[in-house]
Write a protein that binds this ligand. Structure first.
Ligand code: GAL
Length: 639
């Protein structure tokens, strides 16, 4: 088994003379997999029913001749202009009622029957044409599912979905609490998508619209997958995209793809980008259930988005790629192979920049391409994680509502902060769903799990009773899956497990802090906590909550459940979780008696770590300690 290396390859943007150079350069760089065809619909079907596969035949043959495998994509994320002209009803409508025009990508409504038929059709054509091409290694359906629409076609599908979910309008009215503000529905026809309205929207209506879109897009994915599966046994994937706007439940979708694949573009520069990289990779591994997954896209340098422009300094690209590989990716792929000459993303970095191969960027690409084969043996091993952070996308969606008691409540930020504490200590954390089997973890952190089902709450209780250490963050356990408050005191679903009762929320001003008796502080949020059967670990030490519990500890069965009612500073969090800072990003992988250790140094100073075994990049025997230069990395095999 080797590790995949390569990226999106868009030969339709280039003259065929460039294709030969591309294959030559790919060989030089050690590329062994490229994703072809992601946005090539107008080149494959320039007018309705007129297929032109000749150019793609030549490209696939050339790649195969060069020993490069292909991840062949269906081009359905960008229908051609003729499609939109013939089917204007399939153009998407925004929440405020604006019908978009063709001119970018993703201008379709996946609820439009014409779009679905056309998408199935082009997928079938490609599958029939290429299923036995020797270059093919996998199929890539669509690109980054996530586009939604608020048109009447979507409204009709949404109603069907609601009928299926609730069975009756009475049940829907109850779940959505429509008695508030006279929203009671007496006819299904009155239910619309949550379009732009006068004032605050109904939170459950909005949450259900996201749930609906996740299911609808999944149905669209399944249709294309079925066309491919009808003629091909190769794995089928789609690339998951991160972002608050994406109404896709990736944890659920993961069961439907043959390989979990992600695109990852940190939106921070500096060490924040490194933390985000580990976060994205750990999340992907969580979705994949610990099985191998694939980094389908990341950036070789800067992004196309000028507001987030930052060039990756020497060494940074490799460190990001290796962090993904360390955390379970079967390789490292980029968007894209060759920087475009024109078009909307012409300034997005690429493996071959505008400057050509005589460039620092391409030299680093060649270096990385020479390192990855030396690490291939890690591919079949498992990432070792003793701790987990809970992640639930529905909770994230629910906390994006405009109705919460503080605009500072931010689910993603709370989860990232929990993950960051472990990352800074060089400890790998898994992400797990609230209803997952947690028995292999000695410690589980639950950041702001606002929405939780009874079943998931019972699962967490069972974990603690069996000896687990559970650290529950503020604003958890508050509502059920219908977003209805669990009455009798917060944190609703967790009051008994934590042995506390929260009487009232005390959001803090945006820049405000509250002192803790231990010397640390909290920010963003605080709560009026009563320790009922829990022991108080730390107290608020100023303001209106002065002297009241801030952090508590409750022994339940063989385990312990902690409650942290504010966003504590890093030192307090590290103390609570028993962590100390590590100068190196450290990830262990294991198979049988063999352990591989990735050590990645994001700092400028060299760092020394105890180690014994073989360092795979240099092939040198290490005895006692390894020195990792600033900005460098080492991968050790020990038995
Ligand atoms: C991804 C997308 C690519 C490219 C890249 C860089 O999200 O799949 O097609 O747009 O971002 O912006």
């Amino acid at each position: 088994m080797s590790l995949w290396y390569g990226g999106d390859y868009n030969p339709e943007q280039w003259d065929p003379v460039v294709w030969k150079d591309d294959v030559e350069l790919m060989r030089r760089a050690g590329v062994n997999l490229v994703t072809v065809g992601v946005f090539s619909w107008s080149s494959l079907e320039p007018s309705p029913g007129e297929y032109r596969f000749g150019w793609l035949d030549r490209v696939l043959d050339l790649l195969h001749g060069g020993g490069i495998s292909v991840d062949l994509a269906t081009p359905t994320a960008s229908p051609p202009p003729w499609f939109s002209r013939l089917h204007p009803e399939a153009l998407p409508v925004t929440a405020d009622g604006l019908r978009l025009t063709h001119g970018s990508r993703d201008t379709y409504c996946a609820c439009a029957p014409a779009y679905r038929t056309a998408a199935r059709g082009i997928a079938r054509q490609l599958a029939e044409q290429y299923h036995d091409h020797p270059a093919l290694a996998m199929w890539h359906v669509h690109n980054e599912y996530g586009t939604t629409c608020y048109c009447d076609l979507a409204a009709a599908r949404f109603r069907d979905w609601l009928r299926e979910r609730y069975g009756s309008l009475d049940r829907l009215n109850e779940a959505w609490t429509t008695a508030f503000w006279s929203q009671g529905y007496a006819d299904w026809a009155d239910v619309e998508p949550p379009r732009k309205t006068q004032y605050l929207v109904n939170p459950t209506h909005c949450l259900d619209y996201r749930r609906f879109w996740s299911d609808e897009l999944l149905a669209a994915f399944r249709e294309q997958k079925a066309e491919i599966n009808a003629v091909s046994e190769l794995p089928v994937t789609t690339n998951f995209v991160f972002g608050g706007w994406v109404p896709v439940n990736h944890a659920q979708w993961a069961a439907e793809v043959d390989v979990v694949a992600i695109d990852h573009y940190p939106d921070q520069a500096g060490i924040g980008a490194e933390e985000q990289t580990a976060f994205g990779a750990d999340l992907a591994r969580g979705w994949a259930g610990g099985k191998p997954w694939l980094l389908m896209e990341h950036a070789a340098g800067s992004l196309n988005d000028g507001r987030r422009w930052h060039t990756k300094e020497p060494g940074r690209m490799a460190r990001h790629s290796l962090s993904h590989v360390a955390r379970g990716s079967r390789g490292a792929l980029f968007f894209q192979w060759r920087a475009s000459r024109g078009g909307a993303e012409m300034y997005h970095s690429a493996m071959v920049p505008h400057a050509g191969p005589d460039s620092r960027r391409f030299t680093e690409i060649e270096e990385l391409g020479s390192v990855l084969p030396r690490l291939a043996e890690v591919a079949e091993s498992n990432v070792v994680a003793e701790v987990a952070v809970l992640w639930d996308v529905e909770c994230w969606w629910a906390m994006q509502g405009t109705h919460l008691p503080s605009s500072s409540l931010d689910y993603l930020a709370a989860v990232r902060s929990a993950h960051r504490h472990f990352w800074r200590a060089g400890l790998t954390a898994d992400f797990a769903a609230p209803d997952a089997d947690l028995s292999s973890y000695r410690l589980v952190v639950v950041p702001s799990l606002y929405l939780i089902s009874d079943e998931a709450a019972a699962n967490l209780r069972a974990y603690v009773e069996a000896g687990g250490q559970l650290v529950v963050g503020y604003f958890s356990g508050i509502v059920d899956p219908d977003l209805r408050v669990r009455l009798g005191g917060y944190p609703g679903a967790f009051t008994e497990l934590l042995g506390v009762r929260v009487e009232e929320f005390h959001p803090l001003p945006e820049d405000g802090t509250v002192a803790l008796a231990s010397g640390g502080h909290g920010r963003l949020w605080s709560e009026h906590v009563h320790a009922i059967s829990a022991e108080v670990v730390d107290r608020y030490a100023d303001g209106v909550l002065d002297g009241l519990p801030a952090i508590t500890r409750h022994e339940v069965g063989a385990g312990t459940a902690w409650y942290v009612s504010t966003e504590v500073d890093d030192e307090t969090a590290a103390r609570l979780l028993g962590l100390s800072p590590s100068p190196l990003e450290t990830v262990h992988r294991r198979r049988g008696d063999t352990t591989w250790t990735f050590l990645i140094n994001h700092g400028e100073q060299e760092a020394v770590a105890p180690a014994a075994g073989v360092e795979l990049v240099t092939g040198e025997q290490v005895d006692g300690a390894v020195t990792v230069p600033g900005g460098g990395y080492a991968v050790l095999r020990s038995t």
